[in-house]
Design a protein. Structure first.
Ligand code: SF4
Length: 243
């Protein structure tokens, strides 16, 4: 009989189609953990910050909800937050990952761009890693992205929220830094997807001009980024949860 953690700090478990990044449009179950200490300025999930709120569920309760939400139709889970890599949540996330993998689930982890956790990244199928731009007022060390490219080739994407030209220019700079590091230290490293996500802030309606600007900057420079908008916000508005 294995040892199981006594509870999981959960904000929500729900089924929806992926709204952003390279897997956009794919139905999956989201397991949203409760708790984040990163404090992005333009966070759209402030309700996930407080480690002391949300639900306290047993492993069995989490699994029951995942199975109910996905049914027999798909075994695909995205673990998100909050900050599922925070040391307070990490043991819970590792435990859940282990059990879901044993049951045959495909797992994506949403990583905030501040930590690489080898044990977890080895265990999941895909890593969605943020590069935090100046508008978030949080920094991502580009060396972490170079590390992912070497260690987790073919199973990660980088996502940058682009609010304005400053964010775009900063992302281009980080991209150049990563390319330079890789060309020096690991020249055979494969290309990886880096997605520009035009910001769609709480309370805004569809920011068409911002999206068109980001598309045009990207077309002009043609550095290999992809511009992918937040489809769930276009469809449901910027504030609706569980979509
Ligand atoms: S890491 Fe995610 S949940 Fe935490 S503050 Fe940033 S956007 Fe919000």
């Amino acid at each position: 009989m294995g040892f199981f953690l006594s509870f999981f700090a959960i904000n929500a478990i729900y089924q929806a189609s992926e709204g952003e990044g390279v897997h956009i449009g794919t139905p999956q179950v989201f397991v949203r953990f409760q708790g984040c200490a990163i404090g992005c300025f333009n966070c759209d999930s402030i309700d996930t910050w407080d480690f002391n709120t949300g639900e306290r569920l047993s492993l069995e309760q989490v699994l029951t909800q995942v199975i109910q939400q996905g049914g027999d139709r798909f075994k695909r889970v995205s673990i998100t937050g909050g900050d599922p890599l925070h040391p307070k949540l990490l043991p819970q996330v590792l435990e859940l990952t282990k059990v879901l993998k044993r049951k045959g689930y495909w797992i994506n982890i949403e990583a905030a761009g501040t930590r690489v956790v080898d044990e977890l990244f080895d265990a999941v199928d895909y890593i969605s890693f943020d590069y935090k731009t100046p508008s978030t007022k949080v920094r991502t060390n580009p060396a972490l992205i170079a590390k992912l490219a070497v260690q987790f080739a073919d199973k990660f994407q980088v996502k940058s929220v682009i609010e304005n030209r400053l964010d775009y220019d900063d992302t281009v700079k980080a991209f150049g830094f990563v390319e330079e590091m890789l060309s020096k230290d690991a020249p055979s490293t494969k290309k990886f997807p880096w997605v520009l996500t035009p910001a769609f802030n709480l309370g805004e309606s569809m920011p068409l001009n911002r999206v068109l600007d980001v598309i045009s900057w990207n077309e002009n420079d043609a550095l290999g980024f992809r511009v992918i908008t937040q489809q769930h916000k276009i469809l449901h508005g910027s504030e609706k949860k569980k979509v």
